[in-house]
Design a protein around this ligand. Structure first.
Ligand code: AMP
Ligand code: MG
Length: 278
C-alpha cells in the first residue's frame, strides 16, 4: 500500500467484527511498504488538500443543510483527539462547526440518563459536531472504574445502537473514530506533557492511574467497538502513533462521506442574473 492510494475503508470495522486491537497496527510503517520513504511528505501534502476540501464541503453543507454530521473521537489520553480536531477540521467555519468535549459528568448529568447530556449536543441540519469523548465513556471508564453494575453498562450497547439508529434515521451521518495509539507512544506523549511547561495544563496525575489500567481499557474498547459498529454508525480504528497518518485516514473518511452527499450550491433567487448594484 502507498499513502496516495490509501483506501480509508480498510480501517472500518464491519458490523459484528471484532477490531482485534491488540494486533492492530498503531503505526503506518506496519502498513506501508518499506520503500515508501516519502510517505510522510506525501501524506502531509495530501492532508493540506483534504483540509481545503473539508473547508469547501463544510460550507456547502452549511449552505444546503443537506445533512447533520456527527463525528465521535475516542481514544486513550494523548491519542490526539484535540489535535485531530484542529488539524482535520481547522479549515471549517466556526459558523457551522461545533466541538463538544465530555468530561466527568456533573451531579445534574449523573442524575439523568447517560444519553441526556449527549443528545442535546447532537448536530442540527447543516452542522458538523465533533464529540471529544462521548456517550462511549459510559461503557469505557464506567466499566473499568466499576461506576455502575455490569448488568447496567452491558445493556448500554443496545441503547447506543438504537440511539444512533434514531439519529441516522432522522438525517444524521455518524462517523466514529478510535484513535489507536500504542502503550509505548502514550508513555512518550505523557512524558512530554510532564517535561514541557506549555503542556502541563493537559496533565493530570489521574492519567497515570488510567494508564495502569491500559489492558482493561483495551478490553472495554474491544467490546464497545464490536457491539456498536453498524452500517448507520461505523467505527474506524485509526493507527494514530503518527499524526500525519492519523490525519490522513480521518480526513479521507470525512471527505468521502461529505462528497457522497453531492451538494451543489443552492439555486440563486430568481432575477439575480445581470443584476448591478448601484
Ligand atoms: P479529558 O478528555 O482529558 O478532558 O478528560 C476527561 C475525563 O472525563 C476523562 O478522564 C474521562 O474518562 C472522564 N469522563 C468522561 N465521561 C465520563 C463519564 N461518563 N463518566 C465518568 N468519567 C467520564
Ligand atoms: Mg486529560
Amino acid at each position: 500500500m502507498d499513502v496516495s492510494s490509501l483506501d480509508p475503508d480498510r480501517f472500518r470495522i464491519s458490523p459484528g467484527d471484532a477490531p482485534g486491537l491488540a494486533d492492530r497496527p498503531t503505526r503506518a510503517d506496519d502498513l506501508l511498504g518499506p520503500d515508501d520513504e516519502d510517505a510522510k511528505a506525501t501524506a502531509e501534502a495530501l492532508n493540506e488538500e483534504l483540509s481545503e476540501r473539508i473547508g469547501d464541503l463544510q460550507e456547502r453543507l452549511w449552505a444546503t443543510k443537506a445533512a447533520k454530521v456527527l463525528v465521535v473521537l475516542q481514544g486513550m489520553d494523548t491519542s490526539g483527539k484535540d489535535s485531530t480536531t484542529r488539524r482535520v477540521f481547522g479549515a471549517g467555519s466556526p459558523l457551522g462547526i461545533a466541538v463538544k468535549g465530555f468530561g466527568r459528568p456533573t451531579e445534574e448529568e449523573l442524575a439523568h440518563g447517560y444519553l441526556w447530556r449527549v443528545h442535546r449536543h447532537t448536530p442540527a441540519d447543516g452542522e458538523i459536531v465533533i464529540f471529544n469523548r462521548s456517550h462511549y465513556e459510559d461503557v469505557l471508564v464506567v466499566r473499568v472504574d466499576d461506576l455502575v453494575p455490569e448488568g447496567r453498562w452491558r445493556r448500554r450497547y443496545g441503547h447506543i445502537v438504537d440511539f444512533e439508529r434514531m439519529l441516522a434515521d432522522e438525517g444524521t451521518i455518524i462517523l466514529k473514530f478510535m484513535l489507536h495509539i500504542s502503550h509505548d507512544e502514550q508513555r512518550e506523549r505523557l512524558q512530554e506533557r510532564i517535561d514541557n511547561p506549555k503542556k502541563h495544563w493537559k496533565f493530570e496525575h489521574h492519567d497515570l492511574r488510567v494508564r495502569e489500567s491500559w489492558g482493561e481499557y483495551m478490553a472495554a474498547y474491544e467490546d464497545a467497538i464490536t457491539r456498536t459498529s453498524t452500517e448507520h454508525a461505523p467505527w474506524y480504528v485509526v493507527p494514530s502513533d503518527q499524526k500525519w497518518f492519523r490525519d490522513l485516514v480521518v480526513g479521507r473518511v470525512v471527505v468521502d462521506a461529505l462528497e457522497r452527499l453531492e451538494m451543489p450550491w443552492p439555486d440563486p433567487e430568481p432575477g439575480i442574473e445581470g443584476l448591478v448594484v448601484e
